[in-house]
Design a protein around this ligand. Structure first.
Ligand code: GAL
Length: 374
């Protein structure tokens, strides 16, 4: 009798088991976590540690994009089903703290340092009540992937240092530039001056502006911070110290005056590929793509890699990260909802190669880890 009851119970519960397990990634749709709530980890990135993926992102509330909570963390082993691990880095209630509740804390990324055994988080930080004027990066650290992370400091980048590619000639040219002579923007003369380092010089002593960002760890263990600088006109790639907590002071500029944001990077067969966006705030625009034989350049621009409906608007999204899984790569982007920030959606699509170049093709749904994606 007991056995029959047990079998009956098993038969009844079988259809329920695994009911919440999703099989596919469906870009643009609500993406429920293990509690059924839409994942709240925007402008995010993934840390792979052991057999687990940790997704870090901005917690967004319903009515404001300012940080009222902090950086959230989710964990998964299949990239489809995510467990909510809570708040990894909390904003502070201390008045005047760099990360005071209500600040702007965007695009967090975490990398693991095998030497110090610390998890290192970098993010774009804007001080509370100062709009986007601070243009700083922030750094936090933890002993465990999911946190809690301890905030270390925030500042502008590489104060008192010129880019590595500024040699005698470039230094002589930049020395002649004076921001007061270039008040009118978008003229050919202004553009040339920006390319030659107008804003690098302006911000030389206080440090370079640091907004949209990502992190990249190369095969040799060296890590880099890639960020929009110079009034969002030029990307900087800055080398990190061995503990991944500071800049070394060595940095290069990518696409000067090219107006790129939202950098995401990966390396395939020895070539570095970077996908970025233009600068139109929360509104989507056409993705850009660059490649280089070395992280230090030279960087060459290629056409938009997106294919499919709304490819000219990055499918309505803006790049945030590229996840490397061996020789597979996943392009991640955000569809922002500025009027209802927590309802922003995610675009995750596999990167394919055509004629040796990355292509991001829209798919309504697909399965990670399968050779033949549906
Ligand atoms: C975007 C940027 C976002 C956010 C937004 C604010 O261009 O990529 O991270 O800063 O502007 O308008």
């Amino acid at each position: 009798m007991k056995r029959t009851l047990f079998l009956l119970a098993l038969l009844l519960t079988l259809p329920l088991m695994g009911q919440n397990e999703r099989q596919t990634i469906r870009s643009g749709e609500l993406w429920p976590d293990n509690t059924g709530a839409h994942i709240n980890a925007h402008g995010g990135g993934i840390l792979t540690y052991g057999d687990t993926f940790y997704w870090f992102g901005e917690h967004k509330s319903d009515h404001t994009s300012n940080a009222l909570v902090g950086v959230t963390c989710y964990a998964s082993t299949d990239l489809v089903n995510w467990r909510n691990c809570g708040v990894a880095l909390s904003v502070s209630d201390e008045k005047g703290s760099d990360i005071e509740r209500g600040c702007i804390l965007e695009r967090p990324k975490v990398i693991y340092n095998p030497v110090t055994k610390k998890f290192c988080m970098w993010f774009h930080l804007e001080l509370k009540g100062r709009g986007y004027n601070a243009a700083r990066y922030g750094v936090a650290v933890s002993d465990r992937p999911e946190g809690p992370y301890r905030f270390l400091y925030s500042q502008r980048a590489n104060a008192g240092t010129w880019p590595v590619d500024f040699r005698e000639e470039e230094l002589a040219t930049v020395d002649t530039l004076n921001a007061a002579n270039f008040r009118e923007q978008w003229t050919p003369a202004w553009r040339k001056a920006v390319e030659e380092g107008l804003y690098v010089k302006r911000d030389f002593s206080t440090g370079q502006m640091s907004r949209d960002m990502t992190l990249y760890v190369d095969d040799d263990g060296k890590a880099y911070h890639i960020f929009s600088s110079e009034e969002n006109l030029t990307l900087h790639i800055a080398e990190l110290t061995g503990d991944y907590l500071h800049h070394t002071g060595r940095y290069t500029r990518v696409a000067p005056a090219g107006h790129n944001e939202a950098p995401a990077i990966f390396k395939h067969d020895g070539t570095y590929w970077m996908i970025t966006s233009g600068c139109t705030g929360w509104a989507p625009n056409e993705a850009r793509m660059f490649s280089a034989p070395s992280i230090w350049g030279p960087w060459t621009q290629h056409p938009n890699p997106c294919r499919g409906p709304k490819a000219e608007l990055t499918f309505g999204g803006q790049s945030t990260f590229i996840l490397t899984l061996g020789s597979q790569y996943i392009f991640m982007a955000d569809i922002w909802r500025p009027n209802h920030p927590s309802d922003a959606r995610y675009i995750w699509l596999p990167i394919e190669f055509e004629g040796g170049k990355p292509v991001v093709r829209w798919r309504d749904e697909w399965k990670p880890f399968s050779a033949k994606n549906t």
